[in-house]
Design a protein around this ligand. Structure first.
Ligand code: ATP
Length: 353
């Protein structure tokens, strides 16, 4: 059959200046958020609790009406369409399957667009795609949490939505299962060319699942880019710290390097004058030394293939990740030395509102 997609002319989804304020609240839950999503792309909205990611997703799904702004899916303005007319599938945190229906029936239920006599075969294909073909005649309560999660997902995909929305989809799974499920889901989305907007507060989940990550805080979309880019070139200190441990250094830049409390450090981009740098803990070397300006190891955490160290130097704390040969002890004195470039954080921009 002809499921071949034409190359996209423009973005699949286009969100423009979306804002939302709930009654009886001081601030906007979502503040002038704009982004595009391209066909087949997985985009993660990442941020702490209350940053506005769920509200954004609910406006995409049609469960909330934006105060201002617009949402286009393909060429349609869907800003004020009811949810069922949007061709968008959503998987919620509590992916309730119908308990009295088998897995196959749960999936066929979503396939109203397909001729009735073809639904069961098609449902089996979907279940096989997530390794559950053999369990098609079981009931949801006879499955593990991870298996149920996969059924909920293929049930959504079986309706052939143009876009799939996921709200913290793996939060009910334990750590090991969560990691495996993420990998499987990403593989499934790529195999089926599914376009996805995923909401999470977990940076590891955003990094492993998404093609691009949008970092949100207090309703603002602070930065949008591929995982490597938001990690290596964070737009500000919040993004740098939300995507993992980092050392923020006040520095005096001159071209490709800067004077910092840790000595001269190479920069990822030329800069001049007073700047803030982000130096990841894995880019900091610890050299045993008893100089007067050495740092002291105040904490050490064994993490398998490396150690995570916390160091104190004067008033300042630093963190470093070092491969685990010859571990340092708490109380050891070391010199801190950047062995990779630090990222220059752009000067804080004026707030828009
Ligand atoms: P979480 O990860 O905790 O779900 P979130 O990033 O998804 O958080 P939202 O649920 O979008 O954030 O909430 C954004 C802001 O809007 C928060 O300050 C929240 O308290 C507020 N908010 C959310 N829903 C409502 C509501 N129905 N009425 C009033 N305020 C709300």
């Amino acid at each position: 059959d002809d499921t071949q997609q034409r190359p996209p002319m423009g973005p699949l989804l286009s969100i423009s200046s979306l804002s939302k304020q709930y009654p009886r609240t001081q601030a906007r839950a979502v503040n002038d958020v704009s982004f595009n999503l391209y066909s087949g792309e997985i985009l993660a909205l990442l941020g702490p609790s209350g940053c506005g990611k769920t509200t954004t997703l609910r406006m995409l799904a049609g469960f909330e009406t934006p105060d201002t702004g617009s949402i286009h899916l393909k060429d349609r303005d869907i800003t004020s369409l009811p949810p069922q007319k949007r061709h968008i599938g959503m998987v919620f945190q509590d992916y309730a399957l119908f308990p009295h229906m088998t897995l196959a029936e749960n999936v066929t239920f979503a396939m109203q667009q397909i001729a009735r006599d073809q639904r069961y075969t098609k449902a089996l294909e979907w279940l096989e795609l997530v390794g559950l073909g053999d369990l098609a005649d079981r009931f949801p309560e006879e499955l593990s949490g991870g298996q149920q999660q996969r059924v909920a997902l293929v049930r959504t995909l079986a309706a052939e939505p143009e876009l799939v929305l996921l709200d913290e989809p793996f939060s009910n799974l334990d750590a090991g299962l969560r990691e495996r499920t993420r990998k499987e889901m990403r593989r499934l989305f790529k195999k089926t060319g599914t376009s996805v907007v995923l909401v999470t507060h977990d940076q590891a989940e955003a990094m492993t699942m998404a093609d691009r990550i949008g970092v949100m805080k207090d309703g603002d979309l602070l930065q949008l880019g591929p995982p490597q880019q938001v990690y290596r070139e964070p737009a500000n200190a919040f993004v740098a710290e939300f995507l993992g441990h980092t050392n923020l250094l006040e520095a005096q830049a001159s071209g490709e390097s800067a004077a910092t409390p840790l000595g001269q450090v190479d920069l990822n981009a030329p800069a001049e004058g007073r700047v803030t740098l982000s130096l990841r803990p894995e880019h900091l070397a610890l050299v045993p030394s008893d100089d007067s300006d050495s740092a002291t190891v105040v904490d050490r955490e064994f993490r398998g293939h490396d150690y995570f160290y916390v160091l104190q130097r004067g008033e300042q704390r630093y963190c470093a990740i070092v491969p685990n040969h010859e571990p340092l002890e708490v109380g050891d004195r070391v010199r801190l030395k950047a062995h990779r470039q630090a990222s220059v954080l752009p000067a804080e921009q004026q707030r828009k509102h």
